[in-house]
Design a protein around this ligand. Structure first.
Ligand code: GLN
Length: 469
């Protein structure tokens, strides 16, 4: 039987009708994982697959299967599973074994899915290419000379290479959506606070959110509905939208045209226009909107994010936990541990963050950035008085070549279209656009990004499902 490219629904059907057993399904993926080892996607296959398979199959056999029972999933290396290794792509946590389950893992776990293993990522989720992983770059299954994107590059590559039915990732400034667009799959960044961060290794605590990378919008919706919800273990989580408008009909889609200026690849613009035409064909009204403050998103993000990074990274000092390199004294321990076990990008952001928070400068940088962040939030609120959803490209370019972006700033600039949704806390989805152009990068996928108001994920699913058909 052909088991390739299974969605959750299709896999569910095959498992429930006994056309395939959980073990056969898992073996199918394990074989493919072996075949694609040189793409460097999985960091580890979990050692307890046999037990997981047995438990899931029992649940199916006794007629108690639910949405995800027996469905193989890949997990980003910064999400904790009790008793399993989790290293956030860093040497400082090499060999670290989690002592508790992340809330998303407990929620998925109720269904008895198969947690296949953990997948590669930029160190502590800082980056957009997985080139910052301490465990080597992940290659893009569409073109192995190119990056899979990041920081959830392992998650997106796992789904694109069909090594799992879906994967979990995290998104602080684009880390689910951008790799999804680079690999030609779907990626959802939920509303900030709609999914618990308990058990996610923190990067930027006011921006981080866990979400699914899937083969289509329907799967993203299924997973989101399972992992979302208020959690007493994360005080920033919020209640679900229970208003009547939760499922309201999307009619108008806004395009902040003046934001689509320089530095965008031809193919991205071309595919974006094609997507807009398709949306129009499906009956949506496309209107231009003005969002002048979006222009400041990147600058604001690259002040607030490193500030939060520098605070969150303070715990990795070689004393509390994580690995350690001994120095001559305590300061020596800190220098050696943090200097040698953290990568260059992580250290760069700690320094940047420490600087923008330092006495005498924090008003000028950090506080100011928060003021502009509030303006950006207001600009979204205002836009949603006029339109139901906002459309943008996910990334200004398709997947770039490994090693192509050498200076950090050029890498930061690639986050231009994704960071504003994190700053505003609103949900956004990247839907694959298959390139049809005869241009240079014709075969590389790009992504259409749809952004909805807070807690209105339903609108993204509505539009996504409509244009995927
Ligand atoms: N590429 C962005 C950065 O490096 C986003 C990272 C993320 O979302 N984790 O900050």
């Amino acid at each position: 039987m052909d088991l390739s490219n299974l969605t959750i629904k299709k896999a569910r059907e095959l498992l429930d009708s006994k056309k395939v057993s959980v073990r056969e399904l898992v073996d199918f993926y394990l074989d493919k994982i072996k075949e694609t080892e040189d793409l460097n996607i999985f960091l580890e296959i979990y050692p307890d697959l046999d037990e997981q398979i047995e438990k899931a199959q029992q649940k199916i056999d006794s007629g108690e299967a639910s949405d995800l029972t027996g469905i193989p999933i890949a997990i980003k290396d910064n999400i904790l599973i009790k008793g399993k290794k989790s290293s956030a792509g860093s040497k400082i946590l090499e060999g670290y074994v989690a002592t508790y389950d992340a809330t998303v893992i407990s929620k998925l776990g109720e269904h008895c899915p198969i947690f296949l293993g953990r997948v590669n990522m930029d160190e502590f989720a800082m980056g957009g290419s997985t080139e910052n992983s301490a465990y080597g770059v992940t290659k893009n299954p569409v073109d192995p000379e190119r990056v899979a994107g990041g920081s959830s590059g392992g998650s997106s590559a796992a789904v694109a290479a069909d090594l799992a039915v879906f994967a979990l990732g995290s998104d602080t400034g684009g880390s689910i959506r951008q790799p999804a667009s680079f690999c030609g799959i779907t990626g959802l960044k939920p509303t900030y606070g709609s999914v618990s961060r308990y058990g996610l290794m923190a990067m930027g605590s006011s921006l981080d959110v866990i979400g699914p990378l899937t083969k289509n919008t329907e799967d993203a919706e299924i997973v989101f509905n399972i992992i979302k919800g208020k959690d007493p273990k994360d005080s920033t989580t919020i209640e679900d939208d229970k208003s009547d408008s939760a499922n309201d009909d999307v009619k108008k889609i806004g395009v902040p045209r003046s934001f689509l200026k320089e530095g965008i690849d031809e193919i991205v613009l071309e595919n974006f226009e094609k997507s807009l035409a398709k949306l129009k064909e499906k009956g949506y009204e496309i209107v231009d909107i003005e969002m002048p403050d979006l222009e400041h998103s990147l600058a604001v993000y690259y002040v607030i994010m490193p500030a939060e990074v520098s605070s969150n990274m303070a715990r990795y000092d070689g004393v509390k936990y994580g690995n350690k390199i001994e120095g001559e004294d305590l300061i020596g321990d800190y220098f050696k541990t943090r200097g040698q076990l953290l990568g260059a990008e992580v250290r760069r952001r700690i320094i940047l963050g420490t600087y923008v928070l330092s006495a005498g400068y924090s008003g000028q940088y950090y506080n100011r950035a928060w003021q502009v962040r509030n303006l950006i939030k207001k600009e979204f609120d205002k836009a949603y008085e006029e339109v139901d959803v906002i459309a943008l490209p996910t990334s200004p370019t398709p997947a770039f070549k490994i090693g192509e972006k050498e200076d950090p700033v050029s890498m930061y600039l690639a986050d231009i279209f994704t960071v504003s949704a994190n700053l505003a806390g609103v949900p956004a989805i990247s839907i694959p656009e298959k390139a049809v152009s005869s241009g240079g990068n014709a075969k590389l996928p790009t992504g259409l990004q749809l952004i909805a108001p807070q807690l209105k994920e339903a609108r993204l699913f509505q539009v996504g499902k409509k244009i995927e058909n």
